[in-house]
Design a protein around this ligand. Structure first.
Ligand code: AMP
Length: 281
């Protein structure tokens, strides 16, 4: 039986009684197989699993992006039940940000480029809500998708710097058969945009394959992604990046682990994806 809780007080009380260790999966709902993979991993590695479902207004730059974010609580709860999740935390906005809430967790350099530059304030919103979640749940582990690679880096930096007891576990990106990364936002794609969307993955694979073939010039790798995306008239490039996998600084020459990443807009839908290359740390 999945316990569905709505308030900080009930969540705290439930966590005091929970079996340990606890695995936490923070989500914004509209759950799909990518979220399910995180839940399964949490279930396999912990005695209790907690899923949070909360669309935080603070991490959306534009109000319209927040209000149109897809929501289906009934379906989400059915998925959590099917995945044997112990506790779902489904708070109202004022439960996460009670009156007087006036703290922002702001991570430094690693939160600045890429998504941080494209969506000002986004990572402050993410870090603040995840810090609150980590404090309330007190999980031993929290599971995040590598699809949002920079988010993993930002949260890991925050957890390390603030000595939070929750370990951040990155999990592989789950994809459709044609390579498109699963995302709640894919629901907004028109059929033509959906057909065009795998170009993002193709662009990253073109750069990855060039890297594997010996190409180490950052401009060439970024150029390959740009060229691939330019061939798809429905896709508008936001950025194509070949950056140091630890600092996210753009690289002229790839010598260590690197994060290839790109963001595109198809119609009104923004999609991101990435690929890690280079020697494992
Ligand atoms: P979201 O609900 O989009 O905020 O995502 C909640 C968590 O699920 C984040 O850690 C995401 O990185 C992760 N996630 C989203 N899509 C995928 C995917 N296709 N594969 C793996 N993890 C994902």
């Amino acid at each position: 039986m999945t316990l569905v809780l709505h308030t900080r007080a009930r969540l705290r009380a439930a966590m005091a009684d929970a079996a340990r260790p606890v695995g936490l999966v923070p989500t914004m709902g509209w759950l799909h197989d990518g979220h399910r993979a995180l839940m399964r991993r949490a279930r396999a590695e912990n005695a209790a699993t907690v899923v949070s479902i909360f669309v935080t207004p603070r991490q959306f730059g534009e109000a319209s992006d927040y209000t149109r974010y897809p929501r289906d609580t009934e379906q989400d709860l059915a998925i959590c039940e099917a995945e044997d999740v112990d506790i779902v935390w489904l708070p109202a906005v004022e439960e996460v940000y009670p009156p007087g809430f006036d703290t922002t967790v702001s991570v430094g350099a690693v939160a600045e480029p890429l998504e941080g530059a494209a969506r000002p304030g986004h990572f402050d919103g993410v870090a603040t809500v995840v810090a609150t979640l980590f404090a309330l749940v007190g999980a031993e582990r929290a599971y995040f998708g590598q699809k949002d690679a920079q988010q993993v880096m930002v949260i890991t930096r925050m957890a390390t710097d603030l000595a939070l007891p929750t370990r951040v576990i990155p999990c592989p990106t789950v994809r459709e058969a044609d390579g498109l990364a699963l995302s709640s936002r894919n629901v907004h794609l028109t059929p033509a945009e959906r057909a065009a969307a795998p170009v993002l993955r193709r662009a990253l694979i073109a750069a990855r394959d060039a890297y594997t073939g010996g190409e180490r010039n950052g401009d060439v790798l970024r150029g390959l992604m740009q060229e691939t995306l330019a061939n798809e008239p429905l896709a508008q490039l936001e950025y194509a990046s070949a950056a140091d996998a630890l600092t996210l600084r753009e690289l002229q020459r790839i010598e260590g682990p690197a994060l290839l990443s790109a963001a595109v807009v198809l119609g009104t839908t923004r999609l991101i994806d990435n690929e890690l290359v280079g020697p494992a740390e």
